[in-house]
Design a protein around this ligand. Structure first.
Ligand SMILES: [Zn+2]
Length: 147
């Protein structure tokens, strides 16, 4: 299976290639895209490439990148065997985001004794951000499948 840096190189190369290709094919139409939407996608893609990857199911370099926070992924590692459902291209990323989302909301609730208001971040940005993670995770699974 490809290592962490191979996955990163592949993901960023695909992202740059698709962005350049879209710019060449429909350059003027791209200016109609909200820059904030694009940045939300880039942020999600970066997180999905460098931090929230299918390889969180094993002691790996991506786990070490979480530093002290890596303990939150221990139960995930115990639940999901390496290379199986966590590497499912359809629901692997969704399960990871639900897992992390529950932890983040739980910590938020413990601190503020309420859930975050809807107005903190527009749902559109959250959806685009999550789409970036899903796309990056899908490319990880595709590369794992190829090699
Ligand atoms: Zn993998």
């Amino acid at each position: 299976m490809p290592n962490y840096n191979t996955h990163r190189t592949f993901n960023y190369a695909v992202f740059v290639a698709i962005t350049v290709l879209l710019y060449i094919l429909i350059g003027p139409a791209l200016s109609a895209i909200n820059l904030k939407y694009f940045l939300a996608l880039v942020a999600g893609y970066y997180i999905g490439t460098d931090f929230i990857t299918p390889d969180l199911d094993i002691k790996s370099r991506v786990i070490r990148r979480w530093g002290a926070l890596r303990v939150i992924w221990l139960p995930y590692m115990w639940i999901f065997k390496h290379g199986q459902s966590s590497h499912n291209i359809v629901y692997g990323a969704v399960v990871r985001m639900l897992y992390l989302g529950i932890i983040v909301l739980g910590v938020y609730y413990l601190i503020f004794r309420s859930l975050p208001p809807d107005t903190i971040i527009s749902p559109v940005y959250i959806i685009i951000f999550l789409a970036g993670i899903i796309i990056a995770n899908a490319l990880h699974v595709i590369l794992d499948t190829l090699f």
